[in-house]
Design a protein around this ligand. Structure first.
Ligand code: AHR
Length: 502
């Protein structure tokens, strides 16, 4: 049985915001220390940034980089992270039970983004867990005010004469989660977020603000949380956040492969909630979505390990260093497809995280850096998934999952660039059978196949590791044909596919 869909340039979803290919650097484990920052590393520059990691980050194509947390931000004192590095205090990081040296801070983060290149944009979070309005506006003054005030002059005295120009700000992190330091009820958080937003806009009206939504669709407060928070903040913020991580439960790989079913329903439910509040408030404004943490994460394994970990406050310990298989990368690719399929409302998305911590890039202290399997779908989508998302309605054979009932074997999207070229991104969720695909290209006007690149493996458990860092990489698919306005391809079992047409 074949899977099919039709592409028509007249039927589109929306423009891809480059921020959809954002990522996340948290002070957690080795994301910062021995990840992006390792002054003694042979490839490090004068600022201590690892050159090998910077090269991979550029190749990955990330845009907005969220910082400094995550759960870490709820104990973050930004003042600790600026000024002469040798004078910065060592602090207990309650979120990850680690010692934070503050050797890497705000200025180093901005330097890191500048080294990535012009596509990189800061996305800074303020602490609304243990702190509040005053500290948030002080941080904003330090970061963005040109000069002539105590905090902007302090920044200049610290060596950063030019303001950082941070536009995108998160108002706290996962404030709905009982694990969050300074966790709040929706009403408590909504009030402090509103007042923080109001004050931040008084300093810099150009800031774009993200209010915390739910930590996952499974939270008991989901939807009610968003509705209450937005009631308080609707006219003061631009985006509401979503976070979602996926892992297989009890070895149920069929449901795991259909994780994007949950992600798409999560997005649609948050859109509905935002618009419901907007309607109730009789507002013309539309709130967009910032899916600022998403990934495959073997969370229960981490929780089990954390529960028995000693309270010895290590520096940059190995935490959340998941090693991703080909199967994980197929699920990951499907999550990316889900984001693109909702490009009309998902304005920002951050892959959590960037290096070492549930990351597409891994490093060894003093040693090499390499690409995980998940690196490839992200890099391909970030490079070629730019333009207008076409409305893809698949007619696909299905399979039965324990969690989501019947699910399509094919999950797909397509993006049309300004020059008329088209990139189809597609996943075959089937574990054993190849999936024939036929795409009617209608009046798209594309005539040539540029490439069909596929990530799959005879061993779906194959991974890249320190010892074998290039075990898995995409390869060219055989037999794909574009003839008489029709694309025919066969998608290998458990595969991520990128098909480019021009
Ligand atoms: O990305 C890892 C953690 O997951 C983040 O710190 C937190 O926001 C989420 O629970």
């Amino acid at each position: 049985e074949k899977a099919r869909f039709t592409l028509d340039p007249a039927f589109t979803i929306g423009e891809v915001n480059p921020r959809l290919f954002g990522s996340f650097v948290e002070h957690l484990g080795r994301c910062v220390y021995t990840g992006i920052f390792e002054p003694d590393h042979p490839t490090a520059d004068a600022a201590g940034l690892r050159g090998d990691v910077l090269d991979l980050v550029r190749e990955l194509g990330v845009t907005a980089v969220r910082y400094p947390g995550g759960n870490f931000v709820s104990g973050y004192k930004w003042e600790d992270s600026v000024g002469p590095a040798e004078q910065r205090p060592r602090r207990l990081d309650l979120a990850w039970r680690s010692t934070e040296t503050n050797r890497f801070g705000l200025s180093e983060y901005i330097a890191f983004l500048r080294r990535i290149g012009p596509q990189a944009e800061p996305m800074m979070a303020v602490n609304l867990g243990t702190r509040g309005v005053a500290e948030a506006v002080e941080l904003l003054e330090y970061a963005n005010h040109p000069s002539g005030t105590a905090l902007s002059d302090l920044r200049a005295a610290h060596g950063d004469k030019d303001p950082f120009g941070i536009r995108l700000w998160c108002l706290g992190n996962e404030m709905d989660g009982p694990w969050q330091t300074g966790h709040k009820t929706a009403r408590e958080y909504g009030r402090v977020a509103a007042e923080t937003a109001r004050a931040m806009r008084q300093i810099d009206p150009s800031v774009e603000l993200v209010a915390c939504g739910s930590s996952s669709q499974a939270m008991p407060t989901f939807a009610e949380w968003e509705a209450t928070v937005l009631e308080e903040t609707y006219e003061l913020v631009d985006h509401v956040s979503l976070h979602a991580y996926y892992w297989p439960t009890d070895g149920d790989l069929d449901s795991f492969l259909a994780s994007a079913v949950d992600m798409e329903s999560f997005i649609e439910n948050v859109v509905a909630t935002c618009d419901h509040v907007g309607a109730r408030l009789k507002s013309k404004k539309r709130i967009n979505l910032s899916f600022d943490e998403w990934n495959v994460w073997y969370l229960p394994e981490w929780e089990a390990r954390a529960a028995s970990a000693p309270l010895d406050w290590p520096e940059a310990p190995r935490l959340l260093e998941d090693n991703y298989s080909v199967l994980d990368a197929v699920v990951f690719g499907s999550l990316l497809i889900a984001l693109l399929r909702h490009a009309d409302r998902v304005a920002v998305a951050c892959l959590a995280q960037l290096v070492n911590v549930i990351a597409p890039i891994m490093t060894e202290p003093g040693g090499p850096a390499w690409r995980q399997t998940t690196f490839f779908p992200f890099a391909q989508a970030a490079r070629h998934g730019r333009g207008r998302v076409l409305d893809v309605r698949v007619d696909s054979p299905t399979y039965v999952t324990g969690k989501y009932g019947e699910a399509d074997l094919l999950h797909a999207t397509a993006v049309r660039a300004e020059d008329g070229s088209v990139t189809v991104l597609a996943v075959n969720r089937g574990r054993t059978e190849p999936l024939p695909l036929e795409v009617d290209l209608g009046t798209l006007g594309v005539t040539g196949l540029v490439e069909h690149s596929v990530l799959s493996d005879a061993d779906p458990d194959a991974r890249n590791t320190l010892d074998d860092p290039e075990r898995v990489a995409p390869h060219a698919a055989a037999g794909t044909v574009l003839r008489d306005g029709r694309l025919s391809a066969v998608l290998e079992p458990l595969s991520w596919n990128m098909i480019r047409l021009a």
